[in-house]
Design a protein around this ligand. Structure first.
Ligand code: SF4
Length: 80
């Protein structure tokens, strides 16, 4: 399945597997991450949110699995 990346200037179709790899690669370089329990809690909220479009949050343009892992980030509509 392909998804549209809303965060890019030029819209790109990205395969799910490639998205997971990109997120894992980027997260491996991040130092300020929440613990796993908090990460899964945030992801569960995103997964039930009507603003989520596939792997992307339509409110901020981020991949939700990436944004939810970061300590300094919050939901753009204050759901977590
Ligand atoms: S970050 Fe907030 S607005 Fe975006 S998908 Fe998650 S819960 Fe919804």
């Amino acid at each position: 399945m392909t998804n549209l990346c809303f965060g890019c200037d030029t819209k790109q179709h990205v395969e799910d597997e490639a998205i997971e790899e990109m997120i894992a690669f980027q997260l491996a370089m991040e130092v300020n991450k929440v613990n796993e329990k908090e990460w899964y809690k945030r992801q569960a909220i995103c997964e039930n949110c009507p603003a989520r479009q596939g792997p992307t949050c339509s409110k901020c343009g981020c991949f939700y699995k990436f944004r939810t892992a970061l300590e300094g980030k919050s939901c753009p509509i204050n759901l977590w």
